[in-house]
Design a protein around this ligand. Sequence first.
Ligand code: ADP
Ligand code: MG
Length: 250
Amino acid sequence: MKYQPRHDVAGSRVEDGPLVRLDGVTKSYGSGETEVDALRGIDLSVVAGQFIVVLGPSGSGKTTLMNLVGGIESPTAGAITVAGHDLASADDTALTEYRRTQLGFVFQFFNLIPTLTALENVALVAELVGAPEERARAALDAVGLGERADHFPSALSGGEQQRVAIARALVKDPPLLLADEPTGSLDLDTGRQVLAALHRACRDGGRTVLLVTHNSAIAAMADRVLRLGSGSLVDDEVVAHPVPPEEVHW
Ligand code: ADP
Ligand code: MG
């Protein structure tokens, strides 16, 4: 499965500009004495096709950033544009459509439906987005699990379950994959297999991957590494020679 660049109504390629753009984005929770500033003025521009790792300690705002780019929450101030979608001013219907068509989500916990096989878990999402059913099998093949298609989640390792979750994200054929601590509950070996599957989605599938983690070892495979500290971007580094996921070590 290879992601084909989409064209906007004017016919110009959305990919010609940044895929993701944040301008002065802040996010606060609560009010008064209990107000927490989870993000404090983020400016960020991400071009399509890169594997981007966002590092930061617990509480630095990583999940908040993912939820904003993912259209799950709205910013307190600032502008967010993803693939031509203006998220800050979008209503619920527009955000739902945006999440459905533009995004694949991968979380720390795999959230597979235990009573459905691997293939059925992926096919369910294919059906929800109106994708052809064959795409579910192709997505499982793409993460190296074609032979496990008829297994239930309980018969799969944690790494295999996470790869089913990646297949479920890929079946929508989204330009952007958001991964929040995708290896957070995996050991090194299975974690690498998950990183390899995400890496292939980027390199072979032409997708943009935004991965947030507190595990700084994963930065070695990135094209670009961003660091968050207390809700601010404190570093932005281009990696000249990213290592293959098989060589990531922690
Ligand atoms: P990370 O993913 O880097 O651990 P988060 O984005 O989850 O960080 O959280 C950033 C800050 O925002 C933390 O101080 C956290 O307690 C706070 N926060 C996150 N979500 C909420 C929420 N729904 N309500 C109140 N505070 C929140
Ligand atoms: Mg988090």
